[in-house]
Design a protein around this ligand. Structure first.
Ligand code: GLU
Ligand code: MG
Length: 421
């Protein structure tokens, strides 16, 4: 069969979907500089593919420039086309960053953290999804049977992730019907977000090759089990020294980590519009789902918004400090990992700048995307993180998406989002 290899360059946009364009692999040397053509209004493409509203009109040119550190080249050794793609930055045609680029948002967040504290954040993405290639057998949560019945999905996914820059950490059969979870090892923020996108895409790529789907939608079925994206994170000094743990601090948190967590909790109701940004996200953030409903922090509690993760008993203090991490649970796969991590870091950096203490009370999280967007719109801090153009565009994008599905009942809504994510 006559074939020629293609490479795709894209970004995981504010709809949480990887979009971009392909070109012949032989053109890569030139494309490393010029990237692929993009336009401002692409930002307004909702998860349904349609653009319902845009402040940008039809004019203007941008480019997505491939980042060599975010290249994926996975050959499944069957006759399918290799997964060969780059994630990249959306830039102006002179190569300068576009203010609405999701990776630029995360980069600005990391810079603000380093500026206020001299610290860096390391993160790992733990992601849940439903695999359509197995039947639901009641009563099989976490079971060996459910683990076995996924066949070779887990092994293919582990091998595919291993063939990228990411390191597989674990793969398991989760609590929900047909639900699985994949976790990758921690990395510095930008790399962690890239790899969060890559792990999600590898799950989709493997499921596709097996003739099925990996559904990451936050709530694939109304009244079913939610798919969370849990973001593990810790703070480190410039030389890499762990800076999150202090045995004498509340919950074992260092002073810096206390302020960081306090900032995250303070901004949590507003950033929910970024980290759980779909209408079905709010069907997940309801009681008794091992998902958060209020902006709280708790030690080893899977219902908390910020969970202090366990460290292994018997570890010495040095090992404890290295293992110690927090888990942000108000996140799902409707969010671009760059935006979710960026919002988390901006919020934490603000807590550090203002030396915030952990709050005494835990305000409720927003109950709907519309409430979350209103809360975000009222936050001058969040507005300053985005900048005026991006802030306005984000709100317009999400509100236009919402009005498109305003009339749908929960069951229909979940079905629509399960088709997309
Ligand atoms: N499925 C739960 C969620 O939506 C999380 C379950 C767990 O703790 O792994 O976040
Ligand atoms: Mg889980």
């Amino acid at each position: 069969m006559l074939r020629e290899e293609l490479i795709f360059v894209g970004t995981c946009d504010i709809a949480g979907l990887v979009r971009g364009k392909g070109f012949p692999a032989s053109e890569l040397p030139a494309r490393r500089k010029t990237g692929i053509g993009w336009t401002h209004t692409n930002l307004m493409q909702t998860c349904f593919g349609q653009i319902f509203d845009t402040p940008f009109g039809t004019g203007g040119d941008l480019m997505i420039v491939p980042d060599p550190s975010a290249e994926v080249h996975v050959d499944f050794r069957d006759d399918s086309a290799a997964e060969h793609f780059f994630l990249g930055d959306i830039c102006h045609t002179d190569g300068s960053p576009w203010e609405c680029c999701v990776r630029a948002f995360l980069r600005r967040a990391s810079t603000s953290l380093t500026e206020v504290s001299g610290l860096n954040l390391i993160a790992a993405f733990e992601q849940e999804f439903v695999y359509t290639g197995v039947e639901d057998l009641p009563g099989h949560a976490y079971s060996l049977s459910a683990f076995r019945r996924q066949g070779i999905l887990g092994e293919m996914l582990t091998a595919a992730i291993r063939a990228t820059s990411a390191k597989p950490d674990s793969f398991l059969a989760e609590y929900g019907p047909r639900q699985y979870e994949v976790t990758i090892a921690p990395e510095a923020a930008m790399c962690a977000a890239d790899q969060g996108v890559i792990a999600r895409e590898m799950a989709r790529a493997v499921a596709f090759r097996l003739g099925h789907q990996a559904i990451f939608s936050p709530m694939p079925v109304a009244d079913g089990t939610g798919n969370g994206v849990h973001v593990h994170f810790s703070l480190h000094g410039t030389g890499g020294a762990p800076a999150t743990y202090d045995p004498n601090g509340t919950f074992g948190l260092s002073e810096a980590a206390t302020h960081f967590a306090a900032g995250v909790l303070h901004h949590m109701p507003a950033i929910t519009a970024i980290t759980a940004p779909s209408p079905v996200s709010f069907l997940r953030l309801t009681p008794n789902r091992w998902a958060p409903t209020v902006a709280d922090i708790k030690a080893q509690d899977r219902g908390a918004a910020l969970r202090i993760c366990p460290v292994f008993e018997g570890s010495d203090e040095k090992e404890r400090a290295a293992q110690f991490n927090l888990e942000f649970r108000v996140c799902d796969a409707a969010a671009s990992p760059y935006m979710a991590l960026g919002a988390l870091i901006f919020a934490g950096a603000d807590g550090l700048a203002r030396k915030l203490d952990l709050p005494d009370c835990a305000p409720p999280l927003p109950h709907s995307l519309s409430e979350a967007l209103d809360t975000m719109e009222a936050s001058d801090a969040v507005k300053s993180w985005f900048g005026p153009t991006f802030f306005d565009a984000y709100l317009r994008h999400k509100r236009s998406e919402l009005s498109h599905v305003a009339d749908l009942a929960p069951a229909e809504l979940c079905a629509r989002y399960a088709e997309i994510y």
